[in-house]
Structures are given as structure tokens and as C-alpha cells.
Design a protein around this ligand. Structure first.
Ligand code: NI
Length: 214
């Protein structure tokens, strides 16, 4: 996921301001890491359902490190493995502190309360859409060491300092939902109304965005 336009001032340093105990954080990537090419819509892999990760091998850890580096280099705030051409259930998200990693993420609970917010996607350069999603979620996943974790976005909000790039925990909740959607081949263009989709076809370069199917 990309930073919403309004908040697109880079404060990258804030992403690396130290460890975040109790949160499945991952160490900052080394500066020499590979930046992976991002798959853009309509590449078929973006529509595929990704496979579960059976074991967190050194190759998977390397992929995760590269995904984090790729996300940050592209000014992204979230990234899913299919976006770098790997059909596996892995997502990463940027926070005020260390980036978060979720392997085989599953949204266990959603708040009844929803919120409309602007989202971009690294696979749809230049496209920003208003999407309604639950305000908070609870997610079950494996962490980078293959350990089971449960994670509530509301909880992170109360533990984290506020800054202008990530004004509330709501944005993290949105990132997790957006990236988990990617693992099932669901894209932002599937989460909008008929009229928004019609407008995309008429006014953006994404003229292949198909008819409403949801
Ligand atoms: Ni995306």
C-alpha cells in the first residue's frame, strides 16, 4: 500500500527509531539489500491466491528482508509477496518504529465501526481510491521466527507515539487489510463502487479495470 497523498512527506527516519517490545518487529534491513521489481496491474500474479508458508526458511527470511527494503525504497507503507512476484502468504507493514511482518496472516476479528480512507497501491501507480474498511482488526499470523502471534491494531495505537506520517492506528489496520487482500488476489479496484470504477476506466491509464463483479 502507498502513503495517502496528503501524508506523503517522507519521514522515513521515524520508521527506524528503535525496538518495539511486544510487537512482532523485524530488524532494519541492511543498506546493500536487493530491491525487487514491483508487479503492476494487470499482471496475472496479482489475481492469484497465494500459498501458505509451511516453514520459515532462511530463503523466506531473505525474501522478507528484501520486501521491507523494496517497500521503503518505493515510499510504500505496506507490501504483499505477490507484488514482488512470489505467490506466498507474506505481508510487511511500516510503522513509526520497526516494520511488522505477518506470515500466513488471517483476519480473526473486525470492528463493526468502519472508516472511509484513501488508499494507494504500489501495483497501481498514481491511483488513489477512497475505500471503506473496518476501523480495527485482530490478525493471527506467524512472526519472522515462525512463532504464532495475535495482533490487534487498536492495541498498537495505544502503545505508539503519534506522528504526522501515521496519525492514528487506523492506518495500520488499513494496511493489514489491504495487504491481506492481496494474498487472495483482491485489489483496491474490487473494493469500490460501480461509479468509482467507471471513473477509473474513463480518467486513468487503468482502462482495463473490468466491470463490477462484487
Ligand atoms: Ni497494494
Amino acid at each position: 500500500m502507498r502513503t495517502p497523498k496528503a501524508a506523503e512527506t517522507p519521514h522515513r527516519a521515524l520508521l527506524w527509531c528503535g525496538a518495539n517490545p511486544g510487537i512482532p518487529a523485524f530488524a532494519s534491513p541492511k543498506p546493500t539489500m536487493t530491491i525487487l521489481p514491483i508487479k503492476k496491474y494487470p499482471e496475472p500474479i496479482l489475481r492469484k491466491k497465494s500459498e501458505e508458508v509451511k516453514e520459515v526458511t532462511p530463503e523466506i527470511k531473505k525474501l522478507i528482508e528484501e520486501m521491507i527494503e523494496t517497500m521503503l525504497k518505493n515510499n510504500g507503507i505496506g507490501l504483499a509477496a505477490p507484488q514482488v512476484g512470489v505467490s506466498k502468504r507474506i505481508i510487511v507493514a511500516a510503522t513509526q518504529k520497526d516494520p511488522l511482518v505477518f506470515i500466513n496472516p488471517k483476519i480473526l476479528r473486525k470492528s463493526k465501526e468502519t472508516e472511509l480512507g484513501e488508499e494507494g497501491c504500489l501495483s497501481f501507480p498514481g491511483l488513489y481510491l477512497k475505500i471503506k474498511r473496518p476501523k480495527f482488526v485482530e490478525v493471527g499470523a506467524l512472526d519472522i521466527n515462525g512463532k504464532k502471534i495475535r495482533f490487534e491494531t487498536k492495541e498498537l495505537l495505544s502503545k505508539s507515539p503519534v506522528n504526522e506520517r501515521y496519525p492514528t492506528g487506523v492506518i495500520l489496520s488499513r494496511i493489514i487489510q489491504h495487504e491481506t487482500d492481496h494474498l487472495d488476489g483482491i485489489l483496491i479496484i474490487d473494493r469500490i463502487s460501480f461509479w468509482q470504477r467507471w471513473k477509473i476506466r474513463k480518467t486513468s491509464k487503468f482502462t482495463q479495470v473490468g466491470p463490477v463483479s462484487n
